[in-house]
Design a protein around this ligand. Structure first.
Ligand SMILES: [Zn+2]
Length: 450
């Protein structure tokens, strides 16, 4: 627990599962009637209405509705929504920009063949709303970037069910931008906890982030390896890894050969996994690839469930104060058996996202702008994607380089070959950098080296 003062835990975090008394005594006891029945909340009430041996010292019973935001309604999102709704959360918003594809049906279990082509967020919300009486899931068929501060500010807890690091970093940056400081002191009521579940192959992690207080996504960016994505053409025609063969069997062969009729692939069904395993072995043999195992075939679904259960548990802990939240990084690895450990990721003193410390750029005046661009994208703790660099010269805003708009890219491209001196930049110059990994521009201070 070193370095984590639980007494400092922000008061807005100590909000309890919302069970509105008014909602509780409607239409006595029909499970299918979309309402509460006798004793429905007895178990949850024990957490909400009385302190237990592990509760926070400031525990106070509350009936305020806890408003949760789930980011992503895909493989992780489905699992999260189900777990949260069944845990007793009654007001959940979900944001997802994707529509349902046939290939999603195997493990995104809130979707059915009839839903193909519809937005994931809407179908997931409909499913939970019709299945779990009294739970209200509000869908947002949008990109996270299309929603603004006032939207994000309304939530008590945000959970990320995403596998994209860019989106996670953006979300992290958004929550950091909501923090308010008075004379350099963080106002705890401006903190919205972020629960994040990540995955790298067989390794998964769950973490609890209190923006501005504990390590954020960018503080630990070095921990993330470059994202592995198997392009469809590799899977279909140029497999090199055992994973490519398994994906081929799962994504392409399963829907085509329909080995069990119209049933979708179920990662928990041993017969299904066996079928995929055998097809993957055949494919691997054809391309002289080794390493396809039953374990690898089974892979992710198991991992996801563990990881997401851990996320949902953390949401429950924060919302109810039933127990001390995870501090703050849980790793599990199920390549060989199951191995898990927890450590406290530390804040990075000069984190570009959460430290409020101006970022230094150390370059000689003879360095070219191209070198700065490479530094921003290649530095392990920055890992920007397509940084746009602007500065102020003689009182005017000047774009030094910008990639995302073709005409501006063409106009600013010659700057890349110019030296910092030729561009008119001076020692101590401030450069503002915008990138898809953050909702806010990051300020850098140019320090000339000899
Ligand atoms: Zn940070």
């Amino acid at each position: 627990m070193a370095g984590f003062s639980f007494l400092l835990f922000p008061t807005n975090v100590i909000i309890f599962l919302g069970i509105l008394t008014l909602q509780m005594a409607v239409d006595g006891g029909h499970r299918d009637g979309g309402c509460d029945w006798d004793g429905r909340w007895n178990h949850v009430r024990k957490f909400l209405e009385r302190p237990g041996p592990f509760t926070h010292p400031d525990f106070e019973p509350s009936t305020e509705t806890c408003k949760i935001l789930v980011i992503g309604a895909g493989g992780l999102g489905c699992e999260l929504l189900k777990n949260l709704a069944l845990s007793g959360f009654r007001l959940i918003h979900v944001v997802d920009m994707d529509i349902i594809d046939v290939s999603n049906l195997n493990r995104q279990f809130l979707f059915r063949p009839k839903d193909v082509g519809r937005p994931k967020a809407e179908v997931a919300a409909d499913f939970i709303n019709s299945r779990i009486p009294g739970c209200k899931v509000v869908p947002h068929f949008k990109k996270i970037q299309d929603l603004d501060e006032s939207f994000y500010r309304q939530f008590h807890i945000i959970v990320c069910g995403l596998d994209s690091i860019i989106a996670r970093r953006w979300m992290n940056g958004m929550l950091i931008s909501l923090l308010s400081y008075e004379d350099g002191v963080l106002d705890p009521s401006s903190i919205i906890p972020l629960i994040d579940g990540g995955v790298e192959g067989f390794k998964g992690n769950t973490r609890v982030i209190l923006p501005g207080m504990t390590a954020c996504i960018d503080c630990t960016l070095e921990l993330y390896p470059p994202q592995i994505n198997f392009p469809m053409c590799t899977i279909a025609s140029m497999p090199r890894l055992p994973e490519h063969c398994i994906e081929y069997a799962r994504i392409l062969q399963w829907p085509k050969e329909k080995p069990f009729g119209d049933t979708s692939l179920d990662g928990d069904n041993p017969q299904h996994i066996q079928w995929v395993f055998e097809r993957s072995q055949e494919r691997a043999a054809e391309f002289n690839i080794t390493g396809v195992t039953y374990r690898l075939t089974q892979g992710e679904p198991v991992n996801n469930k563990t990881r997401i259960s851990a996320c949902a548990t953390e949401v429950f802990k924060i919302a109810t104060s039933a127990y001390i939240p995870l501090n703050n990084y849980l790793v599990f690895n199920d390549v060989d058996g199951l191995y898990t450990y927890t450590f406290e990721a530390e804040r990075k003193e000069n984190c570009s996202a959460c430290s409020q410390v101006p970022q230094d750029l150390q370059f000689p005046p003879s360095a070219k702008l191209q070198e700065i661009l490479e530094y921003l994208t290649e530095n392990a703790s920055l890992q920007m994607k397509s940084p746009a660099i602007t500065t102020t010269l003689e009182g005017k805003n000047k774009t030094l380089y910008l990639q995302s708009v073709k005409s501006i890219e063409e106009r600013t491209r010659p700057n890349l070959c110019k030296t910092l001196k030729e561009l008119g930049l001076s020692d101590g110059q401030e450069l503002a950098v915008a990138d898809v990994t953050t909702p806010q521009t990051v300020l850098f201070k140019l320090n000339f080296t000899a």
